[in-house]
Design a protein around this ligand. Sequence first.
Ligand SMILES: Cc1cc2nc3c(=O)[nH]c(=O)nc-3n(C[C@H](O)[C@H](O)[C@H](O)COP(=O)(O)O)c2cc1C
Length: 179
Amino acid sequence: MFKILCISGSLRPTSSNTNILKAIPQLAEWPDISFSIYEGLDQLPYFSPELDFEGATPAATVADLRAQLSEADAVIVCTPEYAFGIPGVLKNALDWIVSSGEFVDKPTAVISASPMMTGGDKANASLVQTLKVLTATIKDDRILTIPTVRTKIDAAGNITDDILKADLVKIVTSLKSPV
Ligand SMILES: Cc1cc2nc3c(=O)[nH]c(=O)nc-3n(C[C@H](O)[C@H](O)[C@H](O)COP(=O)(O)O)c2cc1C
């Protein structure tokens, strides 16, 4: 089974970004792929290098994030943009991975969704940059901005836009393909 870990940058229970991640498994028949959603973003301690030295015992929540990333064959991050950047909770989580290295060579997709026409493009670019520093494997066909997202998802969280559905299927296919 090919394991894909999905991380939403939004903590909102009705988040468009989380809804997109929840909808992906239903977009095609993927008998050999398992999808899981990381739930612990708001449980992580604030990152400080003082807590993250060689030989330190990480907080249980940090160890859990690292274990989930380590077990994943690929990762999809889907995030809103706040004030032209990525949400602080998401950056905090990524900072915990700099030293431990679970993103090294990990096929990773970067998606941003926004009610605005820009699709969260600045957060998307910033996230790509950060994940490239962590040496995740990001190809152009694994990067997607989703403008006017609220016109593309219904009240129940289902994706109603056929182009978006096809784009997401292409991303999953790319993650599973050899580099
Ligand atoms: C503090 C704050 C700042 C925001 N800044 C931006 C922004 O810079 N760009 C943008 O496209 N949307 C911005 N938004 C709107 C978010 O895109 C919108 O709330 C979106 O629905 C959040 O994603 P979610 O539904 O997954 O929680 C901002 C929202 C908040 C609350």
